[in-house]
Write a protein that binds this ligand. Structure first.
Ligand SMILES: [Zn+2]
Ligand SMILES: [Zn+2]
Length: 348
């Protein structure tokens, strides 16, 4: 493979948009993908800041979709020209968890297998992925929508793990990329949906799905939630930020559920376990996707997620630093920047 431009992770605080060799050798069970769209994720910002692990010198980008440029010799379910989406968390297929319906807990994931985090990912024109993690998309699948399959598949897994029902009253804490997807999906499902978000742009996007978008800087969220729920609190509180478990426990009704989605491995929470036992709260962790890639792809293909409203911009790969700046990080200086986007995609 020729030289191509790519965004590499070098070390904590150091990204490198540079020319690099191709994506690596294509094994018999691999697929060479021409990347069409790749999304910048909050995890990429965590990687930069050192609050999420990653391997040095790998090409970043774990939310991507494209077209098969070449299929390895023993690949049977894909061929050149197929539109595809990628589940980047490469599983082994043979461990206890893979064989018992919990491939998102695959032992191999502990060793770091994720494409775009521990192995080369999608912030480049080409990528090599193991074919069992590559899903054929409908021919007419919009590639911007296809790049959202990964985050949506994780959100759908959270909805499933929490078994959210139509009678539930739900609070979503944070209307970032993940919180907004929860909000979009739950707007079809929860009987009452409340979103807490400090940022105006994000709050505005959430308001499309529910009138109950609260700013915790200006409102007493606990009071508002109780007044909307006959004093009980919400049945389900989703912490889409990863740092608000304590707040979530203050908003949840007796017998309710707190759903933890965040990916900040550096954060610890001070909570009072008594609040959980006394009120019989279920604390539900949810991690990546489990049997939710195809449903996510179908939802996006059917237009059931408002992609246009959700994605702020699609930039050329060469402008990816601008994308990070719009999300609050200048990768060239490491400084924080004013956020003016929620979801930014690049096209290599
Ligand atoms: Zn992500
Ligand atoms: Zn496994």
């Amino acid at each position: 493979m020729d030289i191509m431009n790519a965004l590499l992770f070098r070390d904590k605080g150091r990204f490198d948009l540079t020319e690099t060799d191709g994506p690596g050798a294509i094994g018999p069970k691999d697929v060479l993908i021409e990347v069409k769209r790749a999304g910048i994720c909050g995890t990429d910002l965590h990687i930069f800041r050192g609050t999420h692990p990653a391997n040095p010198d790998i090409i970043l980008g774990h939310e991507y979709a494209g077209v098969v440029a070449q299929a390895g010799d023993s690949v049977t379910h894909l061929q050149e020209g197929d539109a595809v989406v990628i589940d980047p968390n490469v599983t082994c297929g043979t461990c206890f968890f893979c064989r018992n319906g919990m491939s998102n807990q695959c032992d191999a994931l502990d060793t770091g297998t994720t494409l775009g985090i521990f192995r080369h990912g999608g912030f480049a024109r080409f990528n090599v992925a193991p074919s069992h993690m590559v899903y054929k998309a409908p021919k007419d699948m919009d590639m911007t929508a296809a790049a959202l399959v990964e985050p949506l598949s994780c959100v759908l897994n959270g909805v499933k793990n929490a078994a959210i029902q139509p009678e539930d009253t739900v609070v979503v804490l944070g209307a970032g990329p993940i919180g907004l997807l929860f909000t979009n999906v739950l707007s079809h499902l929860a009987s009452l949906l409340i979103v807490s978000e400090v940022d105006d742009l994000r709050a505005g996007k959430a308001r499309q799905f529910t009138p109950h978008v609260l700013d915790p800087k200006e409102t007493d969220i606990g009071k508002e939630v109780r007044s909307l729920t006959d004093g009980r609190g919400a049945n389900v509180v989703v912490d889409a930020t990863g740092v608000l478990m304590g707040d979530a426990l203050g908003l949840v009704a007796k017998g309710g559920k707190v759903v933890l989605f965040g990916m900040n491995s550096a954060h610890t929470a001070a909570i009072r376990p008594y609040d959980i036992t006394r009120n019989e709260i279920q604390v539900i962790g949810t991690y990546i996707a489990n049997r939710t890639v195809v449903p996510a792809m179908t939802m996006l293909h059917q237009g059931r997620i408002d992609v246009e409203h959700y994605v702020d911009t699609v930039l050329p790969l060469d402008d990816i630093y601008d994308g990070f700046r719009r999300l609050g990080l200048d990768p060239e200086t490491g400084e924080r920047t004013p956020m003016d986007a929620v979801k930014v995609l690049v096209k290599p």
